[in-house]
Design a protein around this ligand. Structure first.
Ligand code: D41
Length: 678
């Protein structure tokens, strides 16, 4: 019949779209561009608009949300959704396996399925004849809430099972979570319209599933990853956990790509360590690893105690978030006078270390958090980043909680603290009168990429300033070893070594010296450009803003900082002192195109070099006029790839950027340098 054609067309279209959905959301491996997918969806919508009677519940257009509910109905789980016992140490893992073997009365090796423990919300999905009938939260394991409408909006939740051979009734259990990227975007959108942000992806996922209006859920970037089957009637599943999950995957469910099968508890412990190392690179948050005895027959023999199976365990990572109390806020003064509020905390073990301080960044952040002294706060320490205050637990605010106020005067030198209009950062106006700024300035002066004074660490600088042995960097060169050797933890030998290091630091490069001065916004690269452009300290110090603006990398703000620095009488004095102390650098050769054969070229260094450090390679390239950048782009002239080069090499190859290895770099450097010297 001619009328059947559009109906058939509709069915084929739905199948095709479902297939693309599966490739995209379940396998992470799309086969068509987004534009093609959008066209198919558009065609389906048009057809359905013309024939509303053909719209079925499993149509891919039906994921946009439905009429808001007034409450969620209660759902009883026919088979309870069990919880997981936790392990926190290797010993707990060894005990877990020992109990299993005792119970089985056998010492035979046990196979385990290993899965990352996603930090989300556990849900149950019930399919009848392959169609999604009901979705529910886990709740207390026996009873949850009917959130079918919300779950239907999640692209990786199949509305209709794929393939064939599924049982008449199939309950699939999994975790709904929000990937890190989607979470970040959601919070950025919230911040842009001054709405409250979510504390972490888990809360965001929970909040999104708890919406009575499923149209809101539809706009949240949620995913489902399944971790087991529940109720099965009128059909059979494979006899081991991993095979079950693979089957579910073939029927349209996402399973975790890190899943593995191992033999014995030692291999479990190894898997745990490996996943911990990968944790920060995964696109979603995990809080541990779930280990499950793989054979379902063994699972049945082991059974469960109270509400947790004996055959599974969650080996948790050290928590990345913890509660603690904000004892006080101190204000630290940095090299450029920036005044930073620092939270003093009741020490707390988080992310594998004990944390007693966390940065609050600036007063805007204090405002955003709405935090007071005395508050209970959530501290987060992920990877190696500095600990952050994530949020305040308002319910626990004590009566005597005190507001955090930016002091009017510098806690170190008592100069006025100023904050420019529209700037988040407050600054001490004391400049080098301020001991805190002096300390930071001298630490910077001595640092490796500046004057590279070996043995002059942060603690020693603070001690020298506190004991008033030095006030400025120039005073360093007036120190006598007898003055130093009496100090805490300084013997005669260290004192003499320091004197030698100071002496050695006197022969330097102009660019290093300019960088060492610690002028605001003048980093290594800018310092090098300034040195190359002006060729001498006198020329740089005498330059006015228009001329400074001629230099690569120098904009109006940096030009102003430079001019201000060289105009200050105090700075002139210190500079004089340094030159008198004997600091010197090679006179610049006339910088023409012959001595700078790499002018206009941009190099990127990646991987490990054997014969020199990357720093050395960088400065040799720069002396020849090259720019050295940290990332590969179309502007890159050459990528130098050492051993273990990774993503930068891949990118360079993609962009068609030339690549050289270390051997060729060495040969070329020698040739270029010889040519430049002649
Ligand atoms: O990734 C998870 N969060 C996860 C949770 C997982 N990969 N596997 C799980 N397996 C189970 C059993 C062993 C009971 C089937 C689980 C959970 N349970 C679970 N999630 C929330 C409570 C229990």
């Amino acid at each position: 019949m001619i009328d059947d054609a559009p109906e058939q067309q509709l069915e084929l279209l739905k199948q095709e779209i479902n297939q693309h959905n599966y490739r995209y959301y379940v396998l992470d491996d799309p086969t068509v561009p987004d534009a093609e997918y959008d066209r198919l969806m558009q065609r389906l919508k048009t057809l359905e608009l013309a024939h509303p009677e053909w719209v079925t519940a499993d149509s891919p257009t039906q994921r946009v949300g439905a009429t808001p509910l007034s409450a969620f109905a209660e759902v009883a789980h026919e088979i309870p959704m069990l919880s997981l016992d936790n392990a926190f140490s290797e010993q707990d893992m060894l005990d877990f396996e020992r109990r299993i073997k005792e119970r089985l009365g056998s010492d035979a090796a046990i196979d385990y399925a290993c899965e990352p423990k996603l930090d989300g919300i556990a849900v149950s999905l019930l399919y009848r004849q392959g169609l999604l009938e009901r979705g529910a939260t886990r709740g207390d394991g026996r009873r949850g809430e009917d959130i079918t409408q919300n779950l239907r909006t999640i692209p990786s939740v199949p509305l209709k099972l794929m393939g064939s051979g599924w049982p008449e009734l199939l309950e699939v259990r999994g975790e709904v979570y929000m990937p890190k990227q989607g979470f970040g975007e959601l919070n950025r959108r919230a911040a842009a319209v001054d709405e409250k942000q979510f504390v972490n992806p888990r809360n965001a996922a929970a909040g999104s599933l708890r919406q009575l209006d499923s149209k809101i859920t539809a706009n949240r970037p949620l995913e489902l990853c399944c971790y087991s089957a529940g109720l099965v009637k009128g059909g059979q599943l494979p006899d081991n956990h991993i095979a079950v999950l693979k089957k579910l995957n073939a029927w349209g469910f996402r399973i975790n790509e890190q899943m593995a099968s191992v033999s014995g508890v030692q291999a479990c412990i190894q898997y745990y360590g490996g996943l911990q190392d990968k944790r920060d690179t995964l696109p979603y948050e995990i809080d541990g690893v779930v280990f499950k005895v793989n054979e379902l027959a063994l699972q049945r023999r082991l059974g469960f105690v109270s509400r947790a199976p004996r055959w599974a365990i969650a080996y948790k990572f050290p928590a990345q978030e913890e509660l603690t109390q904000l004892l006080d806020v101190e204000f630290q003064v940095g090299r450029t006078g920036a005044v930073t509020p620092v939270a003093r905390l009741e020490p707390v073990f988080v992310g594998g270390v004990t944390v007693s301080n966390a940065t609050l960044h600036n007063m805007d952040e204090v405002e955003r958090l709405g935090v007071c002294i005395g508050d209970t706060v959530i501290i987060r320490r992920a990877g190696d980043v500095i600990p952050q205050v994530v949020s305040v637990v308002l319910e626990r605010r004590p009566q005597n909680a005190a507001k955090i106020k930016l002091p009017l005067n510098c806690p170190v030198c008592d100069s006025e603290i100023t904050r420019d209009e529209g700037e988040a950062v407050a600054r001490c106006s004391g400049g080098l009168y301020c001991a805190a700024q002096r300390k930071e300035a001298i630490k910077h002066f001595a640092s490796r990429k500046a004057m590279d004074i070996e043995g002059l660490g942060d603690k020693l600088v603070e001690l020298l300033v506190d004991k008033q042995l030095i006030k400025t960097a120039a005073d360093l060169y007036k120190l006598q070893w007898q003055q130093i050797s009496g100090l805490e933890r300084m013997g005669e030998k260290s004192a003499r070594n320091l004197m030698q290091a100071l002496e050695k630091s006197k022969s330097t490069q102009l660019s290093h010296f300019i960088y060492a001065l610690g002028i605001r916004e003048v980093g290594e690269a800018t310092a090098l450009n300034l040195a190359n452009y002006f060729g001498s300290l006198e020329a740089l110090a005498a330059a006015e803003e228009p001329e400074l603006l001629e230099v690569d990398d120098v904009g109006p703000i940096v030009a102003k900082h430079l001019a201000t620095f060289f105009h200050q009488p105090h700075n002139k004095e210190v500079l004089d002192g340094l030159i008198k102390a004997g600091i010197s650098w090679p006179e610049p050769k006339v910088r023409d195109s012959k001595s700078m054969p790499l002018q206009g070229m941009t190099f990127v260094l990646t991987g490990t070099l054997e014969s020199m450090t990357r720093e050395e390679a960088k400065s040799r390239l720069q002396l020849l006029g090259a720019k050295v950048s940290g990332s590969v782009s179309v502007k890159t002239t050459m990528l130098v790839a050492g051993t273990k080069a990774g993503s930068k090499l891949t990118k360079a190859e993609k962009l068609g950027v030339d690549v050289m290895d270390e051997e060729r770099l060495l040969r070329q450097l020698n040739e270029w340098e010889a040519a430049a010297a002649n």
